[in-house]
Design a protein around this ligand. Sequence first.
Ligand code: GTP
Ligand code: K
Ligand code: MG
Length: 492
Amino acid sequence: MWRGLWTLRARAAHGLRRPCSRLGSGAPSPGSGATIFALSSGQGRCGVAVIRTSGPASGFALQSLTAARKLPPARSARLRLLSDPRSREPLDRALVLWFPGPQSFTGEDCAEFHVHGGPAVVSGVLQALGHVPGLRPAEAGEFTRRAFTHGKLSLTEVEGLADLIHAETEAQRRQALRQLDGELGRLCQDWAKTLTMALAHVEAYIDFGEDDNVEEDVLKRADSAVRGLEVALGTHLRDARRGQRLRSGAHVVVAGPPNAGKSSLVNLLSRKPVSIVSPEPGTTRDVLETPVDLAGFPALLSDTAGLREGVGPVEQEGVRRARARLEQADLILAVLDASDLASPSSCNFLDTVVAHLGAQSTNGSNQRLLLVLNKLDLLPSESPGLSRNMPPHLLLSCLTGEGLDSLLEALRKELAAVCGDPSTGPPLLTRARHQHHLQGCLDALGHYKEARDLALAAEALRIARGHLARLTGGGGTEEILDIIFQDFCVGK
Ligand SMILES: Nc1nc2c(ncn2[C@@H]2O[C@H](COP(=O)(O)OP(=O)(O)OP(=O)(O)O)[C@@H](O)[C@H]2O)c(=O)[nH]1
Ligand SMILES: [K+]
Ligand SMILES: [Mg+2]
């Protein structure tokens, strides 16, 4: 009865508001939220440009620009003449679409104008929209922010969308699509459900345990749920750096003795002349960084000075920088001149960097190494004994390109290990924020186990659940929302 009455009242209020904003009898009432508009496709001359609006005056704006009494049918494209509502000056013949809320991207009433992409058309339509009462230009990310506010996207999905817009490699696109699909969010929601059950069990015991109405068994069930969750969170956290590398690029450092062809390899992999190549040993001094798409994965490729001792102070500084950069590498591309393996600088590099890392990786170091023997073209066609006593390696000629395909395939495998493979496996944690909340949740579960009384144990579970909620929902902290939405352009 109560509810029925409420719904009736709400409907009546709704019914009163709608005709006013949809049938074009005037601008929306001053109390309603602003309607935003922006060019949503890229800037510059193009075939078709998409301009969209979101908010209660969207229908009114669409009617104003098309001089129509009626709105087009929902979600169906119509060809209309657009004109400036003040001067009646024709602007363009365009496709228009009407998306009444809540079934729209933002959850609000939305309109889209697919206009010819000339700058004069675009600016004419934007100016005309600016003169429709109740409309104002959108801020960066404002459309997506409204979608989030109206529960159309979770926070992890918003991040996925931002990543999809910025994706530059195939692996990044796959990862972003998975996150936009809500996989990470669903996983967190499942975990949160498990925690809610465990909390319900503990609370039931606190409330009724002493009356013997509730069996001791409920606490055991809560404990086992927490143990299961700890294992799952631990597994995901161990993978955490991988997702972040996939988002921002793995650090790949090219190192080796002077003149091995390191700069030649950097130029070959980045397909542009990043570094100076010359027959003079000691050409590269500073660390030169370039972002590249390596076999479908994003990487920050660094060229470094050839490693050798006993040279002048400038080159020594280069060598120092090269060693420092090596320590930050996720993957080291160790380059040697295949025709010069017996030289002191080659032997020294093999004995120090290559052998040292080989030993480390069995010690569980995170750094990986690919050994590349360059200048294959200088070897006699049969080169007996080259691979003897050599650690596993790839043969390459930067000059002829021979061996490049095998190198790219090896890089793909290494980078899939470094960044995580976005086509398979569990959803990756792509941001430090994800890692922070999962760690917070895990720590709280630790406190649950150590808690000396049940009230403290229940509180620990609530804290753990709060971390998961903030991961998908942002917990309402404006600061985090601002950081995330900052990644968007105007019109998204
Ligand atoms: N024949 C042959 N020459 C190569 C190959 N790769 C590079 N070179 C030559 O080797 C010389 C050194 O190449 P760089 O790329 O400057 O070597 P680097 O390791 O960067 O040298 P530094 O920066 O001085 O340490 C240049 O003359 C290149 O043209 C190759 O595959 N075959
Ligand atoms: K050189
Ligand atoms: Mg060089």
